[in-house]
Design a protein around this ligand. Structure first.
Ligand code: UDX
Length: 432
């Protein structure tokens, strides 16, 4: 079976390499020429643990090839995974123009039966639009199926998630499409849920919306903990033991970011709206998430009074650890606010500084986590990278001007700062 993957972002590239690893012959295509050049030369365009090694391995084995011409990619493939971007328009609606464009090109290059698999996160009924588009633009009697097979991988653990998923959702309209997708995922040991395409599409949006809701819920409760002297970590543990709630995704902090959760919550809200349904719950989820930035700035100001000309050290710029991705990262909003307040910013991140420099050229960047602390009035932690989880109190005291730590990711126990004359402000807990 020959598989074409159109769109080689986080989802597309991970999918392409995983399918190659499973033994299929995979053809990857992306319209970004620079990215294609890198991939052809065995260079992974994103930082994702294990992906660069897998790229080299699969290229050497001959299981993956990168083809510039999208029409050719379609013609030589039996199965085509659509993994192009689905960004958000100004009004919150998902921009599906790339999906539409690929569908048209597929239509023009159909040369025998093909299975078109939509993997990008798309609104319910998109598969029907893809089907209609292909029918409309293919002048011959087109022979194809459209399936929905949403991806649930997380950045930072993309490969692990792909080979060890909680479930594989297969949305199909024909027995043939079902058999092909079951064959593709034969070697992956996970529950396989066979549903209709609309159901599969909703499963994806509902999953991400639910995850975002869980985070905003715990963040809302964390505000109450701060007001009343309770401890959000213990509250999360206490509610998480209930198997109906579950322990994961209950870390209070500076809010969710990344390419998926913010975009998907907006899209799902929009989908509800166009169907005249009250999805305002999701609007509140986003509002609570946005207010995390205000909360963090309030903490900083409460500790430092004025921020003008104060040096603020930042640990962590990526939206989560183990990725260089800064899309919708809280760090971007915080840095903008700090610049408005005329603070002096010195930032460090193990992987995301190059991406951050593309947006903010005029802030300082440090070589390591301690360099940025020199003469700083406060340290603000925005990403819970492992290397930030140990801290040398003496070095802090030697380097910092005033000993203030605002921890947007709740990584330390209050105890380690007790009696050290260091003011530690975590989220949803009171340490001083
Ligand atoms: C998410 C979904 O988890 C994944 O299934 C989907 O395929 C893509 O979107 P991802 O965006 O890679 O994955 O990261 P995730 O681990 O879900 O974290 C999203 C954001 O939520 C991060 O900014 C993270 O810091 C934040 N988060 C997560 C919290 O603030 N608290 C938590 O308890 C968990």
């Amino acid at each position: 079976m020959k598989i074409g993957v159109i769109g080689l972002g986080y989802v597309g590239l991970t999918t392409a390499l995983s399918l190659a690893k499973l033994g299929f012959k995979v053809y990857g295509n992306d319209k970004d020429k620079e990215k294609m050049e890198k991939l052809k030369n065995g260079i992974c365009p994103i930082y994702e643990p294990g992906l660069d090694e897998l790229l080299v391995e699969m290229k050497e084995k001959g299981n993956i090839e990168f083809i510039d011409n999208i029409s050719e990619t379609i013609r030589i493939s039996d199965v085509i995974f659509i993994c192009v971007g689905t960004p958000t328009n100004e009004d919150g609606s998902p921009d599906l123009s790339q999906v539409e464009e690929v569908s048209r090109i597929i239509a023009e290059n159909l040369n025998g039966y093909k299975l078109i698999v939509e993997k990008s996160t798309v609104p319910v009924q998109t598969a029907q639009w893809i089907k209609r588009t292909i029918k409309l633009y293919s002048h011959e009697n087109a022979h194809f199926d459209v399936a929905s097979n949403p991806e649930f991988l997380r950045e930072g653990s993309a490969l692990y998630d792909t080979f060890n998923p909680d479930r594989i959702v297969i949305g199909v309209e024909s027995e043939r499409a079902k058999e092909i997708l079951l064959k593709i995922y034969e070697k992956i040991n996970a529950p396989k849920l066979i549903v209709d395409v609309n159901t599969a599409e909703i499963i994806k949006h509902a999953s991400n919306a639910f995850l975002a809701m869980k985070i905003s819920f715990i963040n809302m409760v964390s505000d109450l903990c701060e007001k009343t002297g309770a401890d959000i970590k213990k509250v999360a543990e206490g509610i998480g033991y209930d198997r109906r709630i579950g322990r994961e995704f209950l870390s209070a902090g500076v809010g969710y970011g990344g390419y998926c959760l913010p975009k998907d919550i907006r899209a799902f809200y929009y989908i509800g709206k166009i169907h005249n349904l009250d999805f305002s719950l999701l609007e509140l989820v986003e509002r609570i998430n946005n207010s995390r930035i205000d909360r963090l700035m309030e903490k900083l100001k409460k500790a430092l009074w004025h921020l003008k000309n104060k040096k603020i050290a930042i640990w962590g710029l990526s939206f989560k650890p183990n990725t260089d991705d800064i899309r919708e990262a809280p760090s971007i909003k915080i840095v903008k606010r700090l610049i408005n307040e005329e603070a002096i910013i010195s930032a460090y991140d193990p992987k995301a500084m190059e991406n951050f420099k593309k947006i903010f050229q005029n802030i300082q960047y440090g070589k390591d986590k301690y360099e940025v602390l020199k003469d700083a009035h406060a340290l603000v932690i925005l990403t819970e990278w492992d290397e930030f989880k140990s801290i040398d109190i003496q070095t802090i005291k030697k380097l910092m001007r005033t000993y203030i730590i605002v921890d947007g990711r709740n990584i330390f126990d209050c105890e380690i700062f007790r009696g050290q004359n260091i003011e530690y402000y975590p989220i949803g807990r009171t340490c001083i």
